[in-house]
Unconditional design. Structure first.
Length: 262
């Protein structure tokens, strides 16, 4: 039994030493409900780096008509400040900029007005949907964005009631060119039993393109749970697919490539 436990520890260590890119995080201080100050931002990125993350995309909320409407100039200032602080603290993790955009009719307009930032200034947009009540015009909103040349990434679909209830609806959207990003913590029940059940179904059916932390605080249980999360997800999808979900696809998105390129 001792040998088995030692072997398991080695496997987990090797997996943690792999490279990861986080495409969804709330690490810019004072912008939304994420990091409260610079020190918390530094601590979050430092913890991510120790887990093997070589890149983190800051995706502060953009919610039309709310307090989460920082313009891109302010976000860029926070990003530059964070990057400087990370260098001063010898934290070697690349930081990219984007937004987690709550779905609305005027997203393209806000991008042109320099209020919303596509992921690393690419054609990819990270879109958040309502958790409980589905918007009847959602397909029209998505079609409008796609017609403008944007590629849509839906954030944490496993947390939306209507996708939990009808998992195969994701396939319909995937056939339209929509990408889905699930949260690592869902696999351990961080967002409840329904989200845990949904992400397992999505992973088994191949409906997931990206995994991300969606981290808001250095006190998040994500950091402690990460080795267990890795084990659970690899058991479902295998090592090769896990690498696609945690690094390869994120790299392509940040490089403004299609996921089937390379």
């Amino acid at each position: 039994m001792l040998i088995k436990l030692e072997f398991l520890a080695i496997v987990i260590t090797l997996n943690i030493m792999n490279k990861y890119i986080d495409m969804h995080s709330h690490i810019l201080d004072g912008i939304d409900d994420g990091s409260r100050d610079t020190q918390e931002s530094i601590e979050i990125v430092s913890k991510l780096e120790r887990l093997g993350f070589v890149g983190v995309t800051a995706t502060p909320h953009y919610i039309e008509g709310s307090s989460y409407e920082a313009d891109n100039e302010e976000k860029r200032k926070h990003l530059i400040s964070l990057q400087e602080n990370l260098r001063d603290n010898k934290i070697n993790c690349n930081i990219y900029l984007g937004n987690e955009i709550y779905i609305c009719a005027d997203i393209d307009k806000y991008i042109r007005e320099d209020k919303i930032y596509p992921l690393n200034n690419t054609k990819y947009l990270l879109i958040e949907l309502p958790f409980e009540n589905e918007i009847s015009s959602i397909d029209d909103y998505l079609f409008k964005l796609r017609s403008k040349g944007y590629i849509i990434i839906i954030a944490h679909p496993e947390r939306y009631y209507y996708f939990q209830k009808s998992p195969d609806r994701l396939k319909e959207y995937i056939d339209m060119g929509i990408i889905f990003q699930c949260n690592y913590g869902s696999i351990t029940g961080r967002y409840g039993k329904s989200a845990k059940k949904a992400i397992k179904i999505f992973l088994k059916k191949g409906y997931v393109h990206l995994l991300a932390s969606d981290v808001h605080s250095p006190k998040s249980s994500f950091f402690e749970d990460f080795p267990k999360i890795i084990k659970k997800i690899i058991k479902i999808v295998g090592e090769s697919k896990f690498t696609d979900l945690t690094y390869n696809n994120a790299y392509k998105i940040l490089s403004n490539m299609k996921l089937d390129e390379m």
